[in-house]
Design a binder for this molecule. Structure first.
Ligand code: IDP
Length: 141
Protein backbone atom coordinates (compact mmCIF):
# COMPACT_ATOMS: atom_id res chain seq x y z
CA UNK A 1 0.00 0.00 0.00
CA UNK A 2 1.22 3.49 -0.78
CA UNK A 3 2.44 5.91 1.87
CA UNK A 4 -0.11 8.74 2.08
CA UNK A 5 -0.63 11.97 3.96
CA UNK A 6 -3.98 13.01 5.37
CA UNK A 7 -5.32 16.00 7.28
CA UNK A 8 -6.56 15.32 10.79
CA UNK A 9 -8.26 17.85 13.07
CA UNK A 10 -8.88 17.36 16.77
CA UNK A 11 -12.06 19.43 17.09
CA UNK A 12 -12.94 21.94 19.86
CA UNK A 13 -14.97 19.43 21.91
CA UNK A 14 -12.07 16.99 22.20
CA UNK A 15 -9.56 19.77 22.94
CA UNK A 16 -11.90 21.04 25.70
CA UNK A 17 -12.16 17.51 27.13
CA UNK A 18 -8.36 17.36 27.39
CA UNK A 19 -8.09 14.16 25.36
CA UNK A 20 -5.58 15.36 22.73
CA UNK A 21 -2.96 12.91 24.01
CA UNK A 22 -5.37 9.97 24.10
CA UNK A 23 -6.38 10.62 20.49
CA UNK A 24 -2.78 11.01 19.33
CA UNK A 25 -1.95 7.69 21.00
CA UNK A 26 -4.54 5.96 18.79
CA UNK A 27 -2.84 7.33 15.67
CA UNK A 28 0.65 6.44 16.86
CA UNK A 29 -0.32 2.92 17.93
CA UNK A 30 -1.86 2.38 14.47
CA UNK A 31 1.47 3.26 12.86
CA UNK A 32 0.59 6.78 11.67
CA UNK A 33 3.27 9.44 12.11
CA UNK A 34 2.48 13.08 12.88
CA UNK A 35 4.56 15.01 10.35
CA UNK A 36 3.06 18.47 10.99
CA UNK A 37 0.90 19.87 13.79
CA UNK A 38 -0.35 23.11 15.30
CA UNK A 39 -3.05 24.38 17.64
CA UNK A 40 -5.11 27.18 16.15
CA UNK A 41 -8.24 29.17 16.81
CA UNK A 42 -10.09 29.11 13.47
CA UNK A 43 -11.64 32.34 12.22
CA UNK A 44 -15.13 32.17 10.75
CA UNK A 45 -13.65 32.73 7.29
CA UNK A 46 -11.09 29.93 7.68
CA UNK A 47 -13.73 27.46 8.93
CA UNK A 48 -16.18 28.41 6.16
CA UNK A 49 -13.49 27.91 3.52
CA UNK A 50 -12.49 24.56 4.94
CA UNK A 51 -16.07 23.26 4.87
CA UNK A 52 -17.04 25.04 1.61
CA UNK A 53 -18.39 21.79 0.11
CA UNK A 54 -21.08 21.78 2.84
CA UNK A 55 -22.12 25.43 2.25
CA UNK A 56 -25.65 24.54 1.15
CA UNK A 57 -26.28 21.98 3.91
CA UNK A 58 -28.69 22.93 6.72
CA UNK A 59 -26.06 22.27 9.38
CA UNK A 60 -23.39 24.54 7.80
CA UNK A 61 -23.91 27.51 10.15
CA UNK A 62 -23.86 25.30 13.25
CA UNK A 63 -20.78 23.48 11.97
CA UNK A 64 -18.84 26.72 11.46
CA UNK A 65 -19.99 28.03 14.85
CA UNK A 66 -18.83 24.82 16.52
CA UNK A 67 -15.47 24.72 14.72
CA UNK A 68 -14.74 28.31 15.83
CA UNK A 69 -15.94 27.76 19.42
CA UNK A 70 -12.44 26.98 20.72
CA UNK A 71 -8.97 25.93 19.63
CA UNK A 72 -8.40 22.93 17.40
CA UNK A 73 -5.32 20.83 16.67
CA UNK A 74 -4.63 20.53 12.95
CA UNK A 75 -2.12 17.95 11.86
CA UNK A 76 -0.83 15.88 9.00
CA UNK A 77 -0.71 12.12 9.52
CA UNK A 78 1.55 10.01 7.32
CA UNK A 79 1.67 6.27 6.76
CA UNK A 80 0.65 3.38 4.55
CA UNK A 81 -2.97 3.85 3.57
CA UNK A 82 -3.15 6.80 5.99
CA UNK A 83 -6.39 8.25 4.57
CA UNK A 84 -8.50 5.12 5.09
CA UNK A 85 -6.67 4.11 8.26
CA UNK A 86 -7.48 7.47 9.85
CA UNK A 87 -11.15 7.19 8.81
CA UNK A 88 -11.32 3.71 10.36
CA UNK A 89 -9.77 4.93 13.61
CA UNK A 90 -12.24 7.87 13.68
CA UNK A 91 -15.43 5.85 13.20
CA UNK A 92 -18.73 6.98 11.66
CA UNK A 93 -19.68 10.68 11.51
CA UNK A 94 -22.51 10.07 13.99
CA UNK A 95 -20.92 8.68 17.19
CA UNK A 96 -24.12 6.71 17.86
CA UNK A 97 -23.30 4.71 14.71
CA UNK A 98 -19.55 4.50 15.27
CA UNK A 99 -17.99 1.09 15.93
CA UNK A 100 -16.90 0.35 19.50
CA UNK A 101 -13.30 1.35 20.14
CA UNK A 102 -13.23 4.13 17.54
CA UNK A 103 -12.30 7.68 18.50
CA UNK A 104 -15.80 8.99 17.91
CA UNK A 105 -17.44 6.15 19.85
CA UNK A 106 -15.15 6.85 22.79
CA UNK A 107 -14.83 10.66 22.78
CA UNK A 108 -17.64 12.25 20.73
CA UNK A 109 -20.95 13.46 22.18
CA UNK A 110 -23.02 14.08 19.04
CA UNK A 111 -22.94 14.35 15.26
CA UNK A 112 -22.19 18.08 15.67
CA UNK A 113 -19.44 17.70 18.28
CA UNK A 114 -17.75 14.59 16.95
CA UNK A 115 -14.16 14.98 18.18
CA UNK A 116 -12.18 14.60 14.96
CA UNK A 117 -12.00 15.36 11.26
CA UNK A 118 -10.15 13.28 8.68
CA UNK A 119 -9.80 13.74 4.93
CA UNK A 120 -12.10 11.35 3.08
CA UNK A 121 -10.16 10.90 -0.20
CA UNK A 122 -6.78 11.56 -1.78
CA UNK A 123 -8.19 14.65 -3.50
CA UNK A 124 -9.57 16.04 -0.22
CA UNK A 125 -6.36 15.21 1.61
CA UNK A 126 -4.28 17.17 -0.89
CA UNK A 127 -6.55 20.22 -0.67
CA UNK A 128 -6.96 20.07 3.11
CA UNK A 129 -3.27 19.59 3.93
CA UNK A 130 -2.41 22.58 1.70
CA UNK A 131 -5.24 24.60 3.32
CA UNK A 132 -3.40 24.54 6.66
CA UNK A 133 0.25 23.80 5.95
CA UNK A 134 2.95 25.06 3.60
CA UNK A 135 5.39 22.48 2.24
CA UNK A 136 8.09 23.77 4.65
CA UNK A 137 5.86 23.06 7.66
CA UNK A 138 5.66 19.33 6.88
CA UNK A 139 8.59 17.37 8.27
CA UNK A 140 10.21 14.31 6.79
CA UNK A 141 10.64 11.67 9.51
P1 IDP B 1 -17.04 13.46 8.27
O1 IDP B 1 -16.51 14.49 9.24
O2 IDP B 1 -17.28 12.13 8.93
O3 IDP B 1 -16.22 13.37 7.01
P2 IDP B 1 -19.01 14.97 6.71
O4 IDP B 1 -20.24 14.38 6.10
O5 IDP B 1 -17.89 15.41 5.80
O6 IDP B 1 -18.50 13.95 7.83
O7 IDP B 1 -19.50 16.22 7.54
C1 IDP B 1 -18.59 17.14 8.08
C2 IDP B 1 -18.98 17.48 9.48
O8 IDP B 1 -20.24 18.15 9.46
C3 IDP B 1 -19.21 16.27 10.39
O9 IDP B 1 -18.03 15.77 10.97
C4 IDP B 1 -20.15 16.82 11.43
O10 IDP B 1 -19.43 17.56 12.42
C5 IDP B 1 -20.99 17.78 10.62
N1 IDP B 1 -22.23 17.12 10.17
C6 IDP B 1 -22.38 16.23 9.17
N2 IDP B 1 -23.66 15.84 9.03
C7 IDP B 1 -24.33 16.50 9.99
C8 IDP B 1 -25.71 16.52 10.36
O11 IDP B 1 -26.57 15.83 9.78
N3 IDP B 1 -26.02 17.34 11.41
C9 IDP B 1 -25.10 18.10 12.05
N4 IDP B 1 -23.78 18.11 11.73
C10 IDP B 1 -23.42 17.31 10.71
Amino acid sequence: MAVERTLSIIKPDAVAKNVIGEIETRFEKAGLKIVAMKMVQLSQEKAEGFYAEHKERPFFGALVEFMTSGPVVVQVLEGEGAILKNRELMGATNPKEADAGTIRADFADSIDANAVHGSDSATSAEREVAYFFSAEEICAR
